[in-house]
Design a protein around this ligand. Structure first.
Ligand SMILES: [Zn+2]
Length: 353
């Protein structure tokens, strides 16, 4: 039978005469009916994450093995693994992801995150909340960039405080991130991170977007606009729509978009700074963090996916953008090598929503 344990994170619930239930989520909850008092007591004595005993008092050994086999079949019991101390950061993720992992090992996911590095450019309240969330989720290295000072408008929940106003965002943010995750590395070196998040105002800077694309650096765009925040897309250079693809789609809809884009992206220092409405910053930062973590965990979001988080309700609106045929970034099927030679036709990406 081998060593086995109750899956980490499962609730153990007493249903009295109806038996015992392990877990609450319909995706994995298991109900065990028709139990004797001794069987019920033995199941209720199981502790999530700990080995299950080979025998139980007052329970026939064959019956006990049969129960454990059935629970292993249902995923509530998993093979035992060597004990490891909790990770320095991401411990909650390690427990909760154990519920979803096929072999019940959420720790492996957090270990991968600890070897990863993420860059965050733009440390207003949205960027800071994103960085703090990544650190608390086990990301090992965060490169944070923002030379501007903390403004009074930046003070908010879980982030900058009044006493931080006037200090350099970059240094204050590093202190706050270390308060949450003391072991996280915050290098200033220019080594490329696994993913770079750029949080900026009004529009994604087309010059920076072109540079990131040319460098082949995966990057997530977060744009804080007048009354909403646009999260995404997570650009995988050459493998999905880039930020220029989005601007070309906008130009198809509004020929004057390039004029607006130029004004909104130019002379940034002469405009009033962006305002991070706390509810929008919170929702957008955590959506962005989930997209980054999905990428680090090997489960990236769909190419071209964006979330618009608007006032007044802050309920995210999903949209999927396609690669634009005139962009030249290599993501549109017409730009794939031999695309038309092989079949005479090319497929079309998902329609711009
Ligand atoms: Zn493109």
């Amino acid at each position: 039978m081998g060593d086995r344990r109750l899956r980490t994170g499962l609730r153990v619930l007493d249903l009295a005469d109806a038996g015992v239930q392990l877990g609450c989520d319909p995706r994995w909850a298991v109900r065990v009916p028709d139990l004797t008092a001794a069987e019920r007591a033995a199941l209720l004595a199981l502790t999530p994450g700990l080995p299950v005993p080979a025998t139980a008092p007052g329970v026939d050994v064959h019956r006990w093995v049969e129960l454990l086999d059935a629970l292993q079949q249902a995923g509530a019991i998993v093979p035992a693994r060597p004990h490891r101390p909790p990770p320095p950061a991401g411990g909650v993720d390690a427990i909760s992801w154990s519920l979803l992992d096929p072999v019940g090992d959420g720790r492996a996911r957090v270990d991968r995150r600890q070897r990863a590095s993420v860059g965050v450019v733009g440390l207003g309240p949205t960027g800071l909340a994103l960085a703090t969330t990544l650190a608390a989720s086990g990301v090992g290295s965060l490169r944070m960039e923002d030379p501007s000072p903390v403004r009074s408008y930046d003070v908010g929940p879980g982030g900058y405080r009044w006493s931080d106003v006037g200090g350099p965002r970059q240094q204050v943010a590093a202190r706050i991130v270390h308060d949450v995750a003391p072991h996280v590395a915050t290098p200033s070196a220019r080594d490329d991170p696994d993913v770079l998040v750029v949080v900026e105002a009004d529009v994604a800077d087309p010059v920076r977007a072109a540079t990131l694309l040319a460098c082949g650096l995966p990057h997530l765009s977060v744009v804080v606009r007048e009354g909403d925040v646009l999260v995404g897309p997570l650009v995988e250079p050459g493998a999905g729509p880039c930020l220029r693809c989005l601007d070309l789609h906008r130009t198809d809809l509004d020929p004057l978009w390039p004029v607006l884009l130029q004004q909104l992206s130019g002379a940034r220092s002469h405009r009033p700074g962006e305002l991070h409405v706390p509810v929008l910053a919170g929702v957008a930062a955590h959506l962005a963090a989930a997209m980054v973590l999905g990428r680090l965990d090997g489960e990236p979001a769909a190419p071209g996916l964006t979330w618009q988080v608007p006032l007044p309700d802050a309920v995210p609106r999903e949209r999927t953008w396609s690669a634009h045929p005139r962009c030249g970034c290599g993501a549109h099927p017409s730009q794939w090598p031999f695309a038309d030679a092989a079949t005479g036709t090319v497929g079309t990406g998902p329609a711009a929503g």
